[in-house]
Design a protein. Structure first.
Length: 232
């Protein structure tokens, strides 16, 4: 795992960007036509995938209303990805609804083992949106999501350490988590890392790399495919 972080560090320092590695939701290798054809047959996973494409403008023009409509159709069939992304859209204000409704959708998806939804519950508890603020609960959700491969869950753990929320403030621990999350494709973690990470020549950098190697091994971060996800 040390080699992974070494490659990441060199890339970051030279170009300000991280390699795209593993992340929280697998992306099916479908063409737009294939997804549309499967969605027309009523397949919930294809319908939610099409919603994701409209939400993020992947192969189609961004259309929040279309995305929300598709997600709701998939949700009617109990689709966990649609539940998660609909909750995200509501929480971000791009679809109608309350934060409490967003939390309810996250819970439904989390019950189906959606790593993205579990990480989103961590966000809601950390910020007190739709639920009473509870940093210990946020940490539990972030860690659970991280164990399932969620880069955003790992990034969230780092934020709690950086802010001293529910844990003793430890910036090196935060940076180590952000390094792993960024290597796993989390854009928010990359931004935080670029802002706060000491130069590789700084004596403080070595222990951070070492700690990041341990975290990466613990959460199984390794080379992998991209993600059907928005950074959240």
């Amino acid at each position: 795992m040390r080699s992974l972080l070494g490659v990441f560090a060199a890339t970051t320092l030279a170009f300000g960007a991280a390699p795209s590695l593993s992340a929280q939701e697998a992306t099916p290798e479908f063409t737009l036509a294939t997804v549309q054809a499967e969605a027309a047959k009523g397949h919930a996973d294809a319908i939610s995938t099409l919603g994701w494409m409209y939400e993020l403008g992947k192969g189609v023009a961004e259309d929040d209303a279309k995305a929300a409509s598709l997600y709701r159709t998939a949700i009617a069939q109990g689709d966990s990805f649609g539940q998660w992304r609909m909750g995200v859209m509501i929480d971000e204000g791009s679809a109608k609804g309350t934060t409490e409704e967003a939390v309810a959708l996250f819970r439904q998806a989390a019950a189906q083992k959606s790593a993205g939804a579990i990480a989103s519950l961590g966000v809601m508890y950390a910020t007190g949106r739709g639920v009473e603020r509870d940093y210990e609960a946020a940490m539990r959700y972030y860690q659970a999501a991280a164990r399932m491969g969620s880069a955003h869950g790992i990034e969230g753990i780092g934020v709690l350490y950086a802010n001293g929320q529910g844990v003793e403030r430890n910036m090196n621990e935060a940076l180590a988590h952000w390094m792993v999350a960024a290597a796993a494709g989390d854009e928010d973690a990359m931004k935080l890392l670029m802002e706060h990470m000491p130069a590789s020549s700084d004596p403080e950098a070595g222990p951070i790399y070492d700690r990041a190697s341990v975290i990466a091994d613990a959460y199984g971060v390794s080379d992998g495919e991209g993600a059907r996800t928005a950074q959240r």
